[in-house]
Design a protein. Structure first.
Lengths: 167, 148
C-alpha cells in the first residue's frame, strides 16, 4: 500500500472526528451565543433622525424643528412627530427638548410677552432660561432636556434626549 | 393627560395642577350627504384634541370623545357631563367640537367651536401644520379662561 492511500482505519477515524466536531459545534454555538448575548443586543433609541433643517440656517434665536420617526406599539405602527428648540451658541448647535419638566406640557419660546428671552410653559407659567435652566420660584424643578445632535450633509440630525449639559 | 390607567395615577397625585377636562364632541350623522362630512369633522376634532393634549399635557385630562346624534338634547348632555366631572374636582371643563350647532349656544357653556378642515387629502406634514395653526389660536382661549 502506498502512502497516499487512505486506509479503512484512517477513513473511519476522519469521518468520526468530522461528525463529532459538527455535533460539538452544534451544541457549543448556542451556549456561546447565550453567554455573549448582552454584547450582541442592538442599542435602542440611539438612532438619529434626519430633519429638514440646514445647519447653516440655524440662528441664535431658538426655532422649532419638527422631526418624525416611526413608533411600533405591538402591531400598531404610527408616525410620531416630535419637536426640538434649536439655536446656535457661537458655533455650537444646541437642541433642547420642548417637554416641560414639571408635568410634560410643551414649552414655547417667548410664549409669555412679559418674559423675553425665556421659554414659557402655558400650563402653570413655568419658565426656563435660553440654555434650559429652570427659573427658580416657577413650578419646574429641573432644566429642560437636551437632544444629541449631529450633522449629516449640511442637515441637522437629532438623536435621543439626554440630561441638560449646559447648566 | 389621557384617560388611561397610567395617567390617572398622575392625576390623582397632582390634582392641584391638573384642573381641566377636555371633551371632544362628535356628531353622528347617518344621512346620505351628512355622513362623509360628519366623519371628516370627527377626524379633525379628534386630531385637534390630541394636539391640545400634547401642548397642555400637564394641566388637562383629555377624555374619550362623546358622540351624539342630532336629535339628542344638547343642553342636558352638557349638564350631565359637568355634574359628573365636578365630582373629580375639575375647575375648568372645555368641550371642543366642529358641529356648528353648538356655536349658537354661546360662551357660557365652554364649548370651543372650530370650523372643520378636511384633513383627508393632506399628507402628515400638511396635517400637522394645519393643526399647529389651529392650536396657536386656541392657546389664548385656554389662557384667558385659566387667568380668570
Amino acid at each position: 500500500m502506498s502512502n497516499n492511500k487512505v486506509s479503512r482505519r484512517q477513513f473511519l477515524s476522519y469521518t468520526l472526528t468530522g461528525v463529532g466536531g459538527f455535533m460539538a459545534a452544534g451544541m457549543l454555538m448556542p451556549m456561546v451565543r447565550f453567554a455573549i448575548d448582552p454584547v450582541l443586543q442592538k442599542s435602542e433609541g440611539g438612532d438619529f433622525v434626519l430633519t429638514e433643517k440646514k445647519i447653516a440656517d440655524i440662528t441664535e434665536i431658538p426655532e422649532r424643528v419638527d422631526f418624525t420617526f416611526e413608533q411600533v406599539d405591538a402591531w400598531y405602527k404610527s408616525d410620531i412627530t416630535n419637536a426640538a428648540w434649536v439655536y446656535k451658541e457661537g458655533d455650537q448647535v444646541i437642541a433642547l427638548s420642548p417637554v416641560c419638566k414639571h408635568l410634560g406640557c410643551t414649552v414655547n419660546w417667548e410664549g409669555d410677552p412679559a418674559h423675553k428671552n425665556q421659554f414659557f410653559c402655558p400650563c402653570h407659567a413655568g419658565r426656563y432660561e435660553k440654555n434650559g435652566q429652570n427659573v427658580p420660584k416657577t413650578p419646574p424643578l429641573g432644566p429642560l432636556d437636551q437632544f444629541e445632535i449631529r450633522e449629516n450633509d449640511g442637515f441637522l440630525e437629532i438623536g435621543k434626549a439626554i440630561p441638560n449639559t449646559l447648566v | 393627560m389621557h384617560w388611561n390607567g397610567k395617567d390617572s395615577a398622575v392625576f390623582q397625585a397632582q390634582k392641584e395642577y391638573i384642573d381641566t377636562a377636555v371633551i371632544p364632541l362628535i356628531v353622528i350623522d347617518g344621512s346620505e350627504h351628512g355622513f362623509p362630512f360628519a366623519a371628516s369633522a370627527a377626524d379633525f376634532t379628534l386630531s385637534l384634541a390630541n394636539i391640545i393634549e400634547n401642548q397642555f399635557k400637564g394641566r388637562i385630562v383629555l377624555f374619550p370623545s362623546f358622540s351624539y346624534t342630532k336629535t339628542q338634547d344638547k343642553q342636558s348632555l352638557l349638564e350631565i357631563w359637568k355634574e359628573e366631572l365636578a365630582k373629580a374636582d375639575f375647575k375648568y371643563i372645555f368641550f371642543i367640537t366642529s358641529d356648528r350647532e353648538w356655536s349658537t349656544m354661546g360662551d357660557e357653556h365652554d364649548v370651543i367651536w372650530t370650523p372643520s378642515v378636511p384633513l383627508d387629502s393632506m399628507d402628515q406634514k400638511m396635517r400637522n401644520s394645519v393643526l399647529e395653526d389651529q392650536l396657536r389660536q386656541l392657546i389664548p382661549i385656554f389662557a384667558k379662561k385659566w387667568a380668570n
